[in-house]
Design a protein around this ligand. Structure first.
Ligand SMILES: Nc1ncnc2c1ncn2[C@@H]1O[C@H](COP(=O)(O)OP(=O)(O)O)[C@@H](O)[C@H]1O
Ligand SMILES: [Mg+2]
Length: 439
């Protein structure tokens, strides 16, 4: 008996990637949709973060389109300041993303512990995240959910953007109008429903930078409508002791990011220099952009490698409260026609991805030629490639936009939503029109 139960599972590393290929380690995070834990690839021994989403829960939260969209966008991108996708797969219960592991924790974690961060540190993060945004915007991708929770540090203190759950492709020909994001970080043009594109990400970055430096957000409100009013109308004010915490060029940069007119915002003038405008801003005069781009810049804040830089409650919760702990299970041979429409959609569209065997590609018609040049590179430097099949599945139009809840925040009816220190947006507010139809 004992011999039977302890017999090691034979893992087929030549077959499609699946959960049997990984050793499951501790839980490090939880979001509105997914849980995140550390895993180790049994063959390469590389450590990764595994983000997994329970499929029935995803259907219940009407987030199927978001998960498929997140999976597709992540396949398209590979950047030093993005948490990149390495593998994607599913089993009968969950959809899985295997991502670069960030052991330095998220900026919400550090902000909550430290109260605020130094101007130098924040400038460094803003520079790195601007570089990621410039890359994403070149691909016509807006992130739409930039906030401290979604900026993660590696062991050396480099900042990385994660959580592409509500990111979308945009087109210059048609502005988006769906309200999506985490309300406290939302740009005024989203709330006014006048239509918006990529400048919203720079507004959110401005809110983050302000919050990280001063330990409080620039616009606040106890209710949904009070917060909307504050974001749309309140003059930008700095705390009384602002100049003790931030230099004049720093305050100027915050003002330029928190400019209400989207195309006057820092780096967003359509006739302007784009990312070069940020690079040339006096606040960044001490940044060597070439060094930064090679990820060789020294971070002013290096997370303590001896401590766990995440909330221990995730692991405790998993141990004590999870009645269906994650476990690798073989797939049942179910007839796909017996599945609900949503379960079938996930089955068919949350396709496998393996960065060692596949080139990255875009599902967005305009980007399909450009992505095939990207070469899959593992963190150990191994390079592999396979011919790309661009555009075999141009069904981006099927993906509708949906909203976002902050982590640990269950959907709440609009009238009950409070925004004292949470930054959640009620789901009811966010399930919006179809946004991805490009004629
Ligand atoms: N690659 C990663 N490495 C380490 N921690 C991560 C990683 N990805 C996510 N986390 C942690 O899990 C949290 C939730 O992940 P996220 O992708 O934002 O999920 P959600 O879409 O549910 O918000 C993050 O705020 C972060 O603390
Ligand atoms: Mg998140």
């Amino acid at each position: 008996m004992g011999a039977l139960c302890c017999r090691p599972q034979v893992v087929d590393f030549d077959g499609d990637v699946n959960l049997f290929h990984f050793v499951l380690l501790r839980c490090v995070g939880k979001g509105a949709f997914g849980k995140v834990r550390v895993v180790q690839h049994k063959q390469t021994r590389e450590l990764y973060a595994l983000k997994y989403i329970n499929k029935p829960k995803c259907v219940k939260m009407k987030a199927v389109a978001n998960i498929i969209q997140e999976r597709r966008l992540l396949e398209e991108i590979d950047h030093p300041f993005v948490v990149n996708l390495r593998y994607a797969f599913q089993d009968d219960e969950n959809c899985f993303f295997v991502l670069d592991l960030m052991l330095g924790g998220d900026l919400r974690f550090h902000l909550e512990r430290l109260g605020s961060l130094s101007e130098d540190t924040v400038r460094f993060y803003v520079a790195e995240i601007s570089s990621a945004l410039s890359f994403l915007h070149d691909k016509h991708i807006m992130h739409r959910d930039i906030k401290p929770d979604n900026i993660l540090l590696d062991e050396k203190g480099h900042a990385h953007l994660t959580d592409f759950n509500i990111a979308v492709h945009y087109s210059e020909r048609r502005m988006l109008t769906g309200v999506a994001g985490s309300m406290a970080y939302m740009a005024p043009e989203i709330l006014s429903k006048r239509g918006y594109t990529y400048p919203i990400d720079f507004w959110s970055l401005g809110v983050c930078a302000y919050e990280l430096i001063f330990g409080r957000r620039p616009f606040r409100g106890r209710t949904n409508s009070a917060l909307t009013h504050s974001i749309s109308r309140d003059p930008l004010r700095f705390p009384e002791n602002a100049e003790e915490k931030c230099s004049r060029p720093g305050l100027q940069a915050l003002k330029s990011l928190l400019e209400r007119e989207p195309f006057k915002r820092l780096s967003c003038n359509p006739q302007g220099e784009g990312f070069d405008e940020i690079k040339r801003h006096p606040w960044f005069s001490c940044i060597d952009w070439d060094t930064l781009g090679r990820k060789e810049g020294l971070s002013p804040f290096v997370p303590d490698g001896k401590k766990a830089n995440f909330d221990a409650s995730h692991e405790l919760e998993e141990l004590l409260l999870e009645d269906n702990p994650l476990k690798a299970k073989a797939r049942k041979n179910r007839d796909i026609n017996d599945l609900s429409v949503e379960m079938r959609q996930m089955e068919e569209q949350f396709t496998n991805y393996d960065f060692r065997a596949m080139n990255r590609r875009s599902y967005y018609p305009h980007n399909q030629q450009t992505v095939s040049t990207v070469t899959a590179t593992s963190s150990s430097g191994q390079v592999t490639s396979r011919p790309v099949t661009p555009g075999i599945n141009g069904d981006v139009d099927q993906i509708t936009d949906a909203g976002m809840l902050d982590r640990d925040t269950p959907p709440v009816p609009e009238e009950e939503a409070k925004f004292e220190d949470a930054h959640a947006v009620p789901m009811t507010n966010l399930m919006t029109e179809k946004e991805e139809t490009y004629a």
